[in-house]
Design a protein around this ligand. Structure first.
Ligand SMILES: [Zn+2]
Length: 398
């Protein structure tokens, strides 16, 4: 039963499947949740459940075996039976086989990073004039279109939405339901306005998924036309348990750390780059210690000098800033007696030293200083300079 492979948020998943069972799937669904919470995985599972050619029979003996056939002929008794037996009804809800030709082709889109990279590379190889007019899509089934943000701006562009409009009103060729998945809610203004027009008059045989880390980023007029489902964070213990099954190559200490750092998003935990994180954290710690006068400044300058301008340097400094915020939060947890919330458990001793030698006001000043560095970054100030200024501003007595 492939939906059983989806980890976490069982109530949300069941509600979506119940709507499928009743044949009342909304024309637009927004799946909201943190990076790595499973939004895309779930959208592709629903696309397969809508279009599977060999749907597994429900294991419960419902009166009508045609529960999931099109058009849906469901008596109100059956519909309510599917919802009222919450604890045991999952197996009676629509599922997908995972191996029919529709399931198999849709599944190829599952590795979004790889498919996206292929599409970008294909565009790179076009003639200069065609390149400008080509937008990035991922399509592994004629009736299922994935629309990722288009580089280099990494926004959904109006030409992408226009392409959706051109095809969405034609009946599906090989599927029962056409599916469109927008993987980001960063829409250019004109693109958002075009999308709105589709949402106002959606065809009955198409479903649009809008994936978003923050539903507030969608235009209110778009949000109001989509049904929003949120994938909440998993408990740290649950993530840790899953990692033990799925990543036995990581040691328990690594798994414990990653479970705490991935903020309840299993997808993020599974793809966590611990090595880069630890590298950024080493720099972040050096910066904090230097600020406290615990180490000599030459070390700090060596560190910040490696943060050079350019795309790579920018990425590096952004991950440094994120790590600094995390460390400051951990320091705050220790200062406020809630040490069990600390995420960087493996360096708790060092964090405790920082917590003991500073106070709340210092942490607040540090967080403000980081905000300053971020603003400088947006104005493209020389990175190392603003980092040094940040550290200097935190010295005792500053
Ligand atoms: Zn199938």
């Amino acid at each position: 039963m492939p939906f059983s492979d989806f980890i976490g948020n069982p109530e949300t998943v069941d509600r979506l499947r119940e709507m499928l069972a009743r044949g009342h799937f909304p024309p637009a669904v927004s799946l909201a949740g943190a990076r790595g919470s499973g939004k895309y995985t779930l959208a592709l599972m629903l696309a397969r459940a809508m279009n599977c050619l060999e749907r597994p029979m429900p294991s419960r003996n419902l009166e009508s075996p045609s529960l999931f056939e099109q058009p849906p002929l469901i008596s109100s008794e059956i519909a309510s039976a599917a919802t009222s037996e919450n604890s045991s009804s999952s197996s009676a809800l629509p599922d997908f086989c995972g191996h029919c030709s529709n399931c198999a082709r849709i599944a190829v889109a599952g590795d979004l990073d790889a498919r996206f990279a292929e599409a970008v590379e294909a565009r790179e190889n076009l003639r200069e004039t065609d390149k400008k007019e080509t937008r990035i899509f991922v399509q592994t089934h004629p009736d299922v279109l994935v629309i990722p943000p288009d580089p280099p701006q990494m926004m959904i562009k109006v030409d992408q939405v226009r392409h959706v409009i051109q095809s969405i009103y034609y009946r599906p060729a090989e599927a029962r339901e056409k599916v469109y998945i927008f993987t980001s809610s960063a829409f250019m203004k004109e693109a958002a306005n075009s999308l709105l027009k589709v949402l106002e008059e959606p065809p009955e045989f198409a479903t649009i998924f809008l994936l978003t880390e923050n539903p507030g980023e969608l235009l209110p007029t778009i949000r109001s036309r989509a049904m929003v489902f949120t994938l909440g964070a998993l408990a740290v213990t649950e993530v840790e348990g899953r990692l033990a099954e799925m990543r036995p190559d990581w040691n328990p200490r690594q798994r414990a750390l990653i479970a705490r750092l991935s903020e309840g998003a299993l997808g993020r935990a599974l793809s966590f780059d611990l090595e880069s994180y630890v590298a950024a954290r080493t720099h972040a710690l050096a910066l904090l210690k230097s600020a406290l006068g615990a180490s000599d400044h030459s070390e700090l300058f060596k560190t910040t000098e490696s943060y050079r301008p350019g795309a790579e340097g920018r990425e590096k400094i952004e991950s440094l800033l994120r790590t600094l915020y995390l460390l400051l939060e951990d320091v705050m947890f220790l200062q406020s007696g809630t040490g069990k919330l600390v995420r960087n458990t493996d360096i708790q001793g060092e964090l405790k030293k920082i917590a003991d030698s500073t106070d709340f006001a210092w942490v607040r000043r540090a967080a403000e200083g980081l905000g300053e560095v971020e603003r400088g970054l947006r104005r493209n100030l020389i990175r190392s300079l603003s980092l040094d200024a940040f550290a200097a501003a935190l010295e005792p007595g500053a």
